[in-house]
Ligand binder design. Sequence first.
Ligand SMILES: [Zn+2]
Length: 122
Amino acid sequence: MGIGYELVCVDCKRSLEMGKIYWRDESGTPLESTTLDGVFDRVNMRWHKRDDFFGRAIEAFLIQHRNHEIRFVPEGVDELIATGNEIVEPLEADEIIAAQKNVFPDPAQELKEWERNHREPK
Ligand SMILES: [Zn+2]
């Protein structure tokens, strides 16, 4: 029932599956607040949400893709984002966490990059 959502970096063509969004429980009663499955932990074969694993995966994804165009979209949009033979590659949450290194962001440089890449042509 229903389709899942994913966090996609449009610039890098990488995605993180976030599962389905829920607004009511199994008996049909509306939940207090809308929620989602979270991020999948393939090692322990379970979803994580609102916990440390979830936080670390989202944090690492955001830091690794800072200053990039990130979208939270239903499955299928990734196929629309794909260009030519460049598909959107799904990433595993544990890989994203493991890939998180100590980086030294330069916000001023990133601001310049953004201006350069998004300036209207004259
Ligand atoms: Zn990116």
